[in-house]
Structure formats: C-alpha cells, structure tokens
Design a binder for this molecule. Structure first.
Ligand code: BJW
Length: 251
C-alpha cells in the first residue's frame, strides 16, 4: 500500500497480553537529519564499506576509520539533531503496551533513547560508546577517538574503537532477540532496506517460528517486502505515530 492519505491498518486478533517486537533501521532517523546508508545520498554513496566498516579496514587504516566515526559522532551530537515523532511514538507504545515489548534497532544513534524508549537492543552497537580491544571495557564516549586515546579501565594507549558492529562481526543481543521473535504476536520492521543479515531474516523468524503477524513500515518497498503479510509505505514520521495509535486501540 502506498502512503497517500493515512491508511487504515489491518491488524491481527491481538490484545494487551500479546508480545510485540519492533525492528528499526536508518530510515526512522532520516527525518531527524541523519543519513541512511543505501539511499542515493546515503553513507555508502560517499565512502566504501570496505574502507570504513570492516575489522580489516580498521587494522589496515585505523586513522581513516576513526576519522569516519569521529565525524559521524560529532554530527549526531549536533544541536540540530533531535528525535522525531516516529521515535516518540515507539516510546509511547512501550509505555502504554501492557504485554511484552522489545525494541531492536540497527541504528548506532541514540535517538530512540532521546525519544523516551528504554531497554532497547542496539544490535549494531552505539556510536556514543567506545570499546577497548585489549580489555573489552565499554564506556560512554562523546569525544573523538585516535591512536592517542587511553582506555580508562586498563590504561592501554591506542586500543579504543567505536563500539559498533562491522561487517563480519557478530551483532549484539542475538540470544535475547531470537527468544523474543520466537514468541511475538506482532513483528514490525521500520525504516530498513532489508539488505543486511541477520536483521533482514528476523521477519521469517517471527512469522514462521513465532507465528507473528508481520508488518513493514518503510518509505518504499524493502528488499524483503514479500516476506511481510502487510506493508505500508511512506515517511516514518507519518506512518509510525498512526500505526502506534492503531495498535494501542487494541488495549
Ligand atoms: C525511510 C525514510 C523515511 C528512508 N521513513 N523509511 C551473504 C548472504 C547473507 C549474509 C551475508 C552474506 N555475506 C555476508 C553476510 C553477512 C553480512 C551481511 O548481511 N552482508 C550483506 C551486505 C549481504 N552481515 C554481517 O556481517 C553481520 N554479522 C553477521 O552476519 O555475523 C554472523 C552471524 C551469523 C548468524 C547469526 C548472527 C550473526 C554484521 C552486520 C553489521 C552491519 N553494520 C552496519 C554499520 C554499523 C556501524 C555504522 O553505523 O557505521 O550497520 S552496515 C549498515 O547497514 C548499518 C545499518 O545498521 C545496516 C542496515 O542498514 P539500514 O538501517 O537498513 O539502512 P539502509 O540505508 O540500507 O535503508 C534505509 C531504509 O529506510 C531504505 O529502505 C529507505 O527507503 C528507508 N527510508 N527515509 C521511512 N523518512
């Protein structure tokens, strides 16, 4: 369904005891001023994945990789970046839904937290955290990282990296995510192109293991749109608040 006037959402038989899992991607933060990855003006149109988002890239050229993330961290902390009505609607859903609720984001930004969500899983890590490659200590980080940065825990110089998940690395929180997918009644994927695994496979897990009703909310049909039972296409700031109101009407 294409967004023109607000669609009426086709929801399954569910009540306040039903479990919900929401997956978000870069599209939910686009209207907050953060770039997506694979759109025409996205991050991967400006830099190559192989140069900045693999462990091999970091080993070969740590300065370049740190500069890439320093730039994005500073952008995220810019005075003009705020959560939008889609982030806020998901916080409202979490606060008002009586049943189990899990928000999983692929995003490394903190706009869900700033929008009022808590307890979410950042499966691809967080830009505002650093990780020590020596002692694995994770700390809040709002400053540039470099080969001079010192780990606050073990004192090693030059061992800090952004606490993000690069290609070839294991995403975070997978055990908890698959447990939630296996028993959810509603799975909603928001603002993701469905190109990156394992996140792109969650819809199959929720639908065929959990028996969930599966919904896509995205600007355009994603790579995996045919796996969903329902799909609504339009900007997240319009679709998500309306969808959340429709779900909360089930309570
Ligand atoms: C709007 C909008 C608006 C715009 N409103 N919508 C071959 C087959 C299958 C898998 C593999 C394979 N070869 C390798 C793999 C594995 C690999 C992978 O998936 N590769 C694919 C490219 C093929 N995956 C991995 O390596 C992952 N690890 C892994 O698999 O470990 C092993 C494992 C095995 C079994 C179980 C578990 C694990 C790790 C992936 C790490 C991804 N990292 C990144 C970078 C993070 C740090 C950083 O930010 O720099 O994560 S890449 C990048 O892509 C980022 C994102 O989280 C991720 C997903 O992107 P997303 O969010 O979907 O963004 P876009 O831009 O693609 O889409 C945005 C969408 O929004 C678009 O559709 C727009 O239309 C829409 N939109 N405006 C609503 N206003």
């Amino acid at each position: 369904m294409l967004y023109r006037d607000m669609p009426s959402f086709d929801l399954p038989d569910m009540d306040g005891t039903s479990a919900i899992v929401i997956l978000t991607g870069a599209g939910i933060s686009k209207e907050s001023g953060l770039d997506t990855f694979r759109d025409a003006d996205g991050v991967w149109s400006k830099v190559r994945i192989e140069d900045v988002a693999t462990p091999e890239a970091f080993a070969a050229n740590p300065v370049r990789v740190q500069e890439f993330y320093n730039h994005r961290r500073a952008g995220l902390l810019g005075a003009d970046i705020h959560p939008n009505s889609a982030h806020q609607a998901l916080a409202k859903l979490q606060q008002n839904w009586p049943g189990d609720f899990l928000l999983v984001t692929q995003n490394v930004d903190d706009l869900h937290e700033r929008g009022g969500s808590n307890g979410l899983i950042h499966m691809h890590g967080e830009l505002l955290k650093s990780r020590c490659t020596e002692c694995h200590d994770v700390e809040a980080c709002a400053v540039d990282l470099s080969s001079d940065s010192i780990c606050a825990n073990c004192g090693t110089i030059g061992s800090l990296r952004p606490d993000v998940v690069w290609f070839g690395e294991m995403p975070m929180g997978m055990e908890r995510i698959y447990a939630a997918l296996a028993r959810c009644a509603l799975f909603v994927s928001i603002g993701t192109s469905g190109n990156v695994y394992p996140a792109a496979g969650f819809v199959q897990e929720a639908r065929f293991v959990g028996g969930a009703h599966t919904v896509e909310l995205n600007l355009e049909p994603s790579a995996g749109v045919t796996a969903f039972e329902a799909a609504y296409h339009g900007p997240a700031t319009k679709l998500v608040p309306a969808f959340v109101d429709a779900v909360l009407a089930k309570v």
